[in-house]
Design a protein around this ligand. Structure first.
Ligand code: ADP
Ligand code: MG
Length: 613
């Protein structure tokens, strides 16, 4: 990025009125974002971020950028002072991440600030301190670069503070933000510390792969495909996951446009479209896409956090994203793509909406629409599909891969109305069987219930409204160190799922916890052993150390533990409850990847009885 420092000055009233101003600082992560963007704007190659208590106590961001001239330091912390834009024309062509001159002012309004800096060629450094609204400036020895400390965030606005979740939840947001930037700016060496522990460090080598390894680990990095695409003025770089690496949520899709982290549903849709034929329902690719286009095509000045942007040519960008992803998949998965194209001549052809830039399948007739709905290729059972797993994978079958071996929901053609009440039979206290239309459907009661619970827990975490069951007496749970560490680290996740748990010291060095409530679904189990079991299983999960890994692993095992078991006799109501859920396309497999339902159609009966027609 071009570094430009034209001297910090106050913007004219006219220019101020053109800026989409807003409350910038909502939570610790907003402080971190503004400060590290300033560091990037200053051309830093090393950025270190330290948080105490999720940033609620202190946030420190230190860089080795060009620093701030001592004469300009007193101007900082005033509203609308910036060195980055000067005139209205500059607004059309913003090349820096900041431009409103509001961040330091806003941070100063909600916390104490200590800023230490030294401008490139000046002999000494300067420190600006803002404490309880009192500002002071002094000369200090300082090696170079800038450090900003934000202390006691929101101490004067307790109402704001109440909205925040615990320190570790706030830290979680910061962790994923810094990871995204570390992937987008691999030539910067990033270091993130939380409560004295280093949680992320990238080498700053400029290699995206090194950054991917630092953020996701070597296993994931190995399965990422490099994207490098140019079309007209649009350039796209980055990495996307190969079709065997998927996630249950879209949180690992990171999109930068001209160096700015954005959310844009049109771009996300264009990114996922080429995967659709390959991914099971509810699965999403991982992606880091760095899109650059002419800054004049992008209006960054529409959202107070600059998270949303307006494109003057959305079509050019979404179309390029679609093609970049498609080309990359085609290059890396030639066999699978070829097969889909052969069986489905219209597959892969898309049309890009002139106005919205939305990528859509070509001429979506009703039939096409169904074909383009999430669906898997028809070749699953030929010997080369799924691609032969290597030895390592064979030993531990990955649930993502398992999902590929079963037909997708659409292939089952499940009628959208329920079978008549009382027509379902339970067989072997494990399977539910019913006839509807011209097929027999067989459900595995445990697999299906496990999936229903899994979806419920996931959506509850998102809405943070766990329904839990208070225990009559708190139950003591003693955990081995490894499981205790998991609990400490993920206390918030556990609480969001309905576990009310806190540590109580026994004094003997053992880690004891008091469990006061459990999720509703676990109310009939022995709470202490259920929790220990689930933690134990989750701790074995291969992907535990990936971002979001614990949440996923814990939720899967919690669902498994709480679900109706095989061999359990069910009431009419329980059967109706289960059947009522299969209409949703996400329930084709349990979270481990085993099928929830199979369908026997007339053809199957004909073949089984060796009838000719
Ligand atoms: P903006 O980034 O929108 O200009 P800020 O309030 O974030 O506004 O920063 C105000 C000014 O302070 C910037 O324009 C820049 O000149 C200077 N500045 C802030 N942080 C740094 C930093 N880490 N290194 C160098 N200059 C900085
Ligand atoms: Mg800024």
């Amino acid at each position: 990025m071009k570094v430009r420092h034209t001297g910090i000055h106050k913007l004219s009233d006219n220019l101020v009125s053109l800026i989409a101003a807003g409350e910038v600082i909502e939570r610790p992560v907003s402080v971190v974002k503004e400060l590290m963007e300033n560091s990037l704007d200053a051309g830093a190659r090393h950025i270190e971020i330290k948080l105490e208590n999720g940033g609620l106590t202190t946030i420190v961001v230190r860089d080795d950028g060009h620093g701030i001239p001592s004469a300009e330091v007193p101007l900082l912390l005033e509203r609308h002072t910036t060195s980055k834009i000067d005139s209205e024309d500059d607004l059309d062509e913003i090349v820096t991440l900041g431009f409103r001159g509001e961040a330091l002012y806003s941070i100063g309004a909600v916390s104490d600030v200590i800023l230490s800096t030294k401008f490139a060629d000046e002999p000494g450094g300067t420190r600006l301190t803002l404490r309880d609204g009192e500002k002071s400036v002094e000369t200090i020895p300082w090696p170079g670069g800038t450090q900003v400390e934000s202390i006691r965030l929101f101490h004067s606005t307790p109402a704001r503070r109440k909205f925040l979740r615990s320190g570790s939840a706030e830290y979680g947001r910061v962790g994923s933000l810094v990871s995204s930037y570390a992937l987008a700016y691999p030539h910067v060496a990033w270091r993130l510390m939380h409560d004295g522990r280093e949680t992320l460090r990238t080498p700053g080598s400029g290699s995206r792969e090194d950054a991917l390894i630092a953020v996701y680990g070597a296993d994931v990095a190995r399965k990422m495909l490099e994207v490098d695409f140019r079309s007209g003025a649009v350039n796209i770089e980055g990495a996307i996951s190969s079709i065997e690496l998927t996630r249950a949520r879209r949180t690992d899709q990171i999109i930068f446009l001209n160096g700015r982290l954005i959310k844009d549903p049109g771009i996300s849709a264009a990114l996922e479209r080429p995967y659709m034929q390959f991914l099971a329902p509810g699965r999403h690719p991982i992606a880091i896409l760095l899109i650059s286009c002419d800054p004049r095509e992008v209006d960054v000045n529409v959202h107070p956090h600059k998270k949303e942007v307006r494109l003057s040519e959305p079509r050019a960008v979404t179309g390029s994203v679609y093609r970049a992803v498609e080309n990359t998949l085609r290059k890396n998965h030639p066999l699978e793509i070829q097969k889909v194209l052969e069986s489905e001549p219209s597959a892969g052809k898309v049309e890009i909406d002139e106005i919205t830039g939305e990528v859509k399948p070509l001429e979506p007739s009703r039939k096409d629409e169904r074909d383009w709905a999430i669906r898997e290729p028809k070749h699953h059972h030929t010997p080369d599909w799924p691609p032969q797993p290597d030895e390592r994978q064979q030993r531990s079958v990955d649930s993502d891969q398992l999902q590929h071996q079963y037909p997708a929901f659409d292939d089952l053609n499940i009628p959208h109305d329920l079978p008549p009440a009382g027509h379902t039979i339970q067989f072997a206290n494990t399977y539910l069987i019913y006839n509807q239309g011209r097929a027999i459907y067989i459900i595995d009661q445990h697999n299906l219930h496990e999936r229903i619970l899994y979806e419920e827990f996931i959506s509850r975490e998102e809405n943070a409204d766990a329904s839990s069951q208070a225990l009559l007496f708190p139950v003591q749970v003693i955990l081995p160190p490894a499981l205790a560490a998991l609990v400490d680290e993920n206390m918030d996740i556990l609480r969001s799922m309905g576990f009310e748990i806190e540590e109580f010291s026994e004094g003997s060095g053992k880690r004891a916890y008091a469990l006061r409530a459990v999720p509703q679904a676990l109310k009939d189990s022995d709470p202490s052993s259920a929790l220990t079991d689930i933690l134990e299983k989750a701790s074995q999960d291969e992907k535990l150390d990936e971002p979001g890994g614990f949440r996923r692993a814990f939720t899967i095992n919690l669902s498994c533990k709480s679900a109706i078991k095989a061999g359990q006799s069910l009431t009419e109501e329980e059967i109706a409850f289960l059947i009522g859920h299969i209409m949703d396309g996400t329930y084709v497999t349990c979270p481990h990847g085993r099928p929830t339902m199979i369908k026997l159609d007339e053809d199957w009966f004909r073949r089984s009885f060796k009838r000719s027609k």
